[in-house]
Write a protein that binds this ligand. Structure first.
Ligand code: AMP
Length: 666
């Protein structure tokens, strides 16, 4: 069990549960911020699956164990019970074809699961899942848990909400609040619950429509205000309109919410929702399976059959391919179909490029975008009215989905939190508000610790300094260190110390596909933007090739004010030592660059340089090399040696330049 016991014994904990169709999660929020509570073996997601005993109706298995053996027990394994909650058999006709177990009409027009001669209500199935999550929570927190917030889709009607409450009661949990899933997702990003903090007069607009993102705390401390954005009187507008785009494995919905901060507290209003209860990542898996099957038949004969086990293997392969294509430009597919009748090997192989994949899934993504337009229309909103877009559900990791959603709403969607966990985290935040827990950490209006990136040799280059007010933006130029370097890793760090090893890693990403150039030539512009909600976006662009990559992070989660204070004190205590270490790293980097340039020049001038002078330069180079490789070198001495080497090579540089000019004129 990995959960740390940090609950304040004086407050009764209120956990947050995302009771999902496919998976469920439990989270808790204290003054350190929300976190997922893990189950045995570090599980974060619990499959919403329960296996019952065929004869007696007792529970045999819950969660992963039930899901993993579902194929062997199709008649007594219950999944997707959420689709049946508070519904009659008539309501769920469309779903019945997808459910392998028997569903019959019970009393009061409610659907029941029939296992053997037992009738089980969907509420009872959900109660088993809630009970199991409660066990996870109690083990992680080390206290008894009696209260929970549970999330439901925004489109759930009263009967479905009541059924969810009843499921909690059956599980011995008081459901203190039912929260809409999109509202929970917004809460996890601290949206709609922001008090106006001080009058800094620094409004920042992330929308690209007028190109106005111009507040920079480091380089250009100007306040921005544009015509269509009056100067704000606080960082946090009292009303925000948020679109939540939730694309999972089997369901899709998009909601437009209005989040308001009033004297009485937070008020949220679901202006519209649209979606499709049978649209999701499973469709993409199916498209890839169909592609493989069609090509296999073309290659090895139309009559080839695919037994159930092969089809399942294809589905797994398809999902793995899809997931790879979220991170890579292409994925390799290989299927060994065994020998044919004459003993010849039958191996199917192909590469699926991201480009071809995007073409294939284009119409599927179009369907989600059409729903977004419908939702906007019903909410009587235009794209310009939407302040933020929040991404929820595993399928929002697909780059084309992110691009298209960002394109439609003209703003970069929020992706900093894990899309599978964001609803549970938001439910936990709601729980902490109801429990009256100090939410200090979430309300920080300044950046608590400096933010920067790793540079060569393990040093940290800070872009945004601690205590800058949010929103804040800073940009700096970096370059490559090795000749022909085509990838650059951008490692984002938080902390006051000078070395990577003493700071906290927030995440990293790679900027790929830079055309090969000599070291130092590529111009990589790194931009940090911390928006009004404390979400950090880091973007790297190589200016010559326009290659770009980015990441989003919620940087202040997981640190209390005390911890921030301690880290700050630490940085003062180690300041001198850290500065010396940073200086040594810079000197080493400089020495290596200079030596490389000198060696190139020495090779170029060859015999045109007299032997005495060559020996003198080589002596300097050897001295600096030895210092660069030594761990206990004095930075002042190192600096002197580097200076001496540079001075000694002035004549060499002149000679090399003269030769180059001569060659060019020849
Ligand atoms: P959810 O219902 O939110 O748990 O989402 C599950 C869906 O997300 C499944 O279809 C997964 O295959 C899909 N998924 C998870 N990770 C990725 C990824 N990295 N790229 C594309 N799809 C993913």
């Amino acid at each position: 069990m990995t959960g740390t016991k940090q609950t304040n014994p004086s407050v009764e904990p209120i956990i947050g549960i995302d009771l999902g169709t496919t998976n469920s999660l439990v989270a808790y929020c204290d003054e350190r911020g929300p976190r997922i509570l893990e189950g045995p073996g570090g599980q974060r997601l619990m499959p919403s699956v329960v296996r019952y005993n065929l004869s007696g109706g007792g529970v045999e298995a819950v969660g992963r164990e039930a899901r993993d053996h579902a194929v062997e027990h199709p008649k007594n394994t219950v999944s997707s019970a959420k689709r049946l909650m508070g519904r009659s058999v008539n309501d769920v006709q469309d779903d019945l074809a997808y459910l392998p177990y028997e569903v019959v009409e019970g009393g009061h027009d409610t659907a029941r699961v029939k296992i053997g001669d037992q009738l089980i209500s969907p509420q009872e199935v959900s109660a088993v899942i809630l009970s199991e999550l409660r066990v996870w929570a109690e083990a992680a927190l080390g206290v008894t848990v009696r209260k929970t917030v549970v999330t439901v889709p925004a489109y759930f009607d009263d009967a479905q909400r009541q059924a969810t409450r009843d499921a909690g009661r059956i599980a011995g949990l008081q459901v203190v609040r039912i929260v809409n899933e999109p509202t929970a997702a917004a809460l996890a990003y601290n949206l709609g619950d922001n008090p106006g903090v001080g009058d800094q007069g620094s409004g920042i607009r992330e929308k690209k429509s007028d190109g106005t993102v111009s507040l920079s705390t480091k380089l250009n401390p100007e306040v921005c205000s544009s015509e269509n954005q009056p100067p704000a009187t606080s960082h946090h507008p009292p009303t925000q309109t948020v679109a939540v785009f939730d694309l999972g494995g089997g369901t899709f919905d998009v909601s437009v919410l209005r989040l308001m901060k009033t004297e009485q507290g937070r008020v949220d209003q679901v202006l519209a929702t649209a979606g499709d209860t049978h649209l999701g990542g499973d469709d993409v898996d199916r498209m890839i399976v169909e592609l493989i099957q069609a090509e296999v038949r073309k290659q090895f004969g139309e009559q080839i059959a695919f037994p159930a086990s092969t089809r399942q293997a294809f589905r797994n392969l398809a999902e793995a391919t899809k997931i790879r294509l979220s991170a890579e430009d292409s994925a390799q597919i290989e299927v060994d179909l065994g020998a044919d009748k004459s003993g010849g090997a039958r191996i199917y192989q192909r590469t699926l490029s991201r480009e071809d994949f995007n073409t294939m899934i284009g119409p599927w993504v179009d369907r989600t975008i059409d729903c977004c337009r419908d939702a906007l229309r019903s909410a009587k909103c235009s794209v310009d009215d939407i302040d933020r877009v929040v991404m929820v559900g595993g399928s929002t990791r697909i780059p084309l989905v992110r691009d298209r959603v960002g394109g439609l709403f003209e703003t970069e969607p929020y992706t900093a939190l894990n899309p599978d966990e964001v609803v549970a985290l938001g439910a936990a935040v709601q729980g902490s508000i109801l429990a009256g827990i100090n939410r200090d950490m979430l309300l920080l209006d300044v950046i608590p610790l400096s933010l920067g990136i790793e540079t060569m040799g393990g040093a940290v280059s800070k872009l945004i300094m601690s205590n800058s007010t949010i929103p804040a933006q800073a940009t700096e130029m970096f370059s490559t260190y090795a000749d022909g370097q085509t990838n650059i890793k951008v490692h984002v760090l938080q902390g006051e110390r000078e070395l990577v090893s003493d700071c906290r890693s927030l995440g990293e990403f790679e900027l790929k596909g830079i055309p090969p150039m000599p070291a130092g030539l590529p111009k990589v512009e790194v931009t940090f933007l911390v928006d009004a909600n404390g979400v950090l976006s880091v973007q790297a662009v190589e200016k010559r090739s326009e290659k770009r990559a980015s990441i989003q992070i919620v940087p202040n989660h997981g640190l209390t004010r005390d911890e921030v204070q301690r880290m700050e004190n630490d940085s003062y205590a180690h300041a001198a030592q850290d500065m010396a270490a940073h200086r040594l790293i810079d000197l080493r980097n400089q020495a290596r660059l200079d030596i490389r340039a000198i060696e190139k020049q020495l090779a170029k001038v060859g015999d045109e340089m007299d032997a005495g002078y060559r020996a003198q330069v080589e002596q300097h180079v050897a001295e600096v090399k030895a210092m660069a490789d030594s761990s206990g070198v004095d930075p002042d001495k190192f600096h002197e040696a580097l200076d001496a080497m540079d001075k000694s090579t002035v004549r060499l540089a002149e000679l090399a330049i003269t030769m180059t000019l001569r060659e060019e004129q020849a």
